[in-house]
Design a protein around this ligand. Structure first.
Ligand SMILES: Cc1ncc(COP(=O)(O)O)c(C=O)c1O
Length: 389
C-alpha cells in the first residue's frame, strides 16, 4: 500500500515547513556569508548588513523602536535566561503564572536558590486565564521587581489578556516581561502599546524562521548583566564588555544562515500580514475544536472560545494512554503530534493531566483544510479502536 502523505501538526514546537524563501536565504548566506561585524572586507560587510536588516525587520514587526534593542539569541530559552539572570539579584521578587514553560520555570527555580523570591499565581483550571486582579494583588503584596507572563500557553493555547498590564506595572515601578514563544508571528504584537519591558521569542516557531534563532527585546534604558562575555567585533582594545547594545549582549559569532532565514521569514510575514495569519489560524483551531468535540470519548482542554486561544490544542481520549494514541498517529497514519507534558508541568497540574499529559496538536500557516479533515477522520477511527495491551 502506498504510504500516505505526512501531516505535520506540531508547529508549537517548531514551524514546518518554512516559506520557500527561507530555505533559499539560508543556503545563500552559507555560500556568500562572512563573519558579521568582524572585518571590513566584502564578505563581512555583506553579513553585517544582513544582520542589521533582520534586526530592523524585527523592530518593524513588533513596533519596537530602535532595532539595537533586539538581541539575537539561539532560541526563546536563551533569551529568557539572559533576561532573568541579567536582571534579577538576591532579594528581588518575581510574580509569574502557573502556565509557564520550563524555559521560565527552571531559571526561576535556579534563581530562587540564589535568593530571588518567586510567586506563581494560579490560573482558571478550564480556560487557563490568569485573573488580572490576582496577578496585580500578588505584585502589590511585597515590593516586586518583575511581572513575567506567558503570552500564550503552549499546552492549551490560552491567550492571556495582557492589555494594560505593562502600564499598570510602570505605575507601580515593576518591570513587565512577556514570553512570546507561542504568540510571536501569530498575534499582532505592538511592544510600545503593550508597554513591554522585556520580550523573548523564538525565530523558529510562529515567525517561521530556522531553528537556532530567537531574540530578546529590551526597552531602551534597561541595562542587563551579560550572560556571556567575549568578542563583539567592537572595542577590541578593551578587556571590558561594551556598554552599548546589541554588542553588550551578543558575544561571539552570530548565526548568519539562521538570521538570513529569519529575515526572509519576517518578509514573508509582513507580506502576508499577521492579521491574515491570525485569522487563518483561528479558522483552523475552530475547525479542529469543532471536529474533536464530535468524537466520542475525546476530552479537550482549555477554553471553548476560539477568540481566547491560539496555536495549540490539548486533548485526551478516554481510558487511553496519550502516548499510545500519538504512536498510532505517527506510525500508522504519519501524523506528527506532540505528546506528554510539553515542558510545562505546572499547566498539567492545573488542568488535571499530570503526569501523563496530553496529545497536543498545533496547525501552522501551511496546514491545509484537507489535512485537518484527514486528522479528524483518523481520530474518529482511533476512538473506535480497541485499546492495545
Ligand atoms: C511558552 C514557551 N516558552 C518558551 C519556549 C522555549 O522556546 P525555545 O525552544 O525556542 O527555546 C517554548 C517552546 O516551546 C514555549 O512554548
Amino acid at each position: 500500500m502506498a504510504r500516505v502523505k505526512p501531516i505535520y501538526l506540531d508547529n508549537a514546537a517548531t514551524s514546518h515547513p518554512k516559506p520557500e524563501s527561507v530555505y533559499l536565504a539560508v543556503m545563500a548566506a552559507l555560500r556568500d556569508g562572512g563573519s558579521p561585524g568582524r572585518g571590513t572586507h566584502h564578505f563581512a560587510r555583506t553579513a553585517d548588513r544582513l544582520i542589521f536588516e533582520t534586526r530592523e525587520a524585527l523592530a518593524e514587526l513588533f513596533s519596537g523602536g530602535d532595532s539595537a534593542q533586539f538581541i539575537f539569541t539561539a532560541n526563546a530559552t536563551s533569551a529568557i535566561n539572559q533576561a532573568l539572570f541579567g536582571l534579577l539579584q538576591s532579594g528581588d521578587r518575581v510574580v509569574t503564572t502557573m502556565v509557564e514553560h520550563n524555559a521560565v520555570i527552571r531559571p526561576l527555580r535556579q534563581l530562587q536558590s540564589r535568593g530571588v523570591e518567586v510567586v506563581k499565581v494560579a490560573v482558571d483550571p478550564v480556560t487557563g486565564i490568569v485573573n488580572k486582579s490576582a496577578l496585580q494583588q500578588a505584585c502589590l503584596d511585597k515590593p516586586t521587581r518583575l511581572l513575567l507572563v506567558n503570552h500564550c500557553s503552549n499546552v492549551i493555547g490560552t491567550i492571556q489578556p495582557v492589555e494594560g498590564l505593562g502600564r499598570w506595572c510602570h505605575e507601580h515601578d515593576i518591570l513587565f516581561m512577556l514570553d512570546g514563544a507561542q504568540s510571536a508571528g501569530l498575534l499582532p504584537i505592538d511592544l510600545q502599546t503593550l508597554a513591554v519591558d522585556l520580550f523573548a521569542a523564538p525565530g523558529h516557531k510562529g515567525l517561521l524562521g530556522p531553528q537556532g534563532t530567537g531574540f530578546l527585546y529590551l526597552k531602551e534604558g534597561l541595562k542587563l548583566t551579560p550572560l556571556i562575555y567575549g568578542g563583539t567585533g567592537t572595542n577590541s582594545h578593551s578587556d571590558l564588555q561594551p556598554e552599548n547594545l546589541p554588542e553588550r549582549l551578543e558575544s561571539g559569532t552570530l548565526n548568519l544562515p539562521g538570521l538570513a532565514g529569519l529575515k526572509a521569514s519576517l518578509q514573508f510575514l509582513q507580506q502576508t500580514g499577521i492579521d491574515q495569519i491570525h485569522l487563518k489560524e483561528t479558522r483552523f483551531i475552530a475547525k479542529l475544536l469543532n471536529g474533536l468535540q464530535k468524537i466520542e470519548g475525546i476530552k479537550i482542554y482549555g477554553s471553548g472560545n476560539v477568540m481566547l486561544r491560539l496555536g495549540a490544542i490539548s486533548f485526551n481520549l478516554e481510558d487511553r494512554d496519550p502516548a499510545e494514541v500519538a504512536y498510532i498517529l505517527d506510525d500508522e497514519e504519519r501524523i506528527s503530534v506532540r505528546v506528554g507534558l510539553h515542558c510545562a508541568p505546572d499547566a498539567h497540574r492545573i488542568i488535571g493531566t499530570y503526569p501523563t499529559g496530553t496529545i497536543r496538536i498545533s496547525p501552522g500557516y501551511f496546514t491545509t483544510e484537507e489535512e485537518i479533515e484527514r486528522f479528524l477522520t483518523v481520530m474518529g477511527k482511533i476512538s473506535k479502536m480497541k485499546r492495545k495491551k
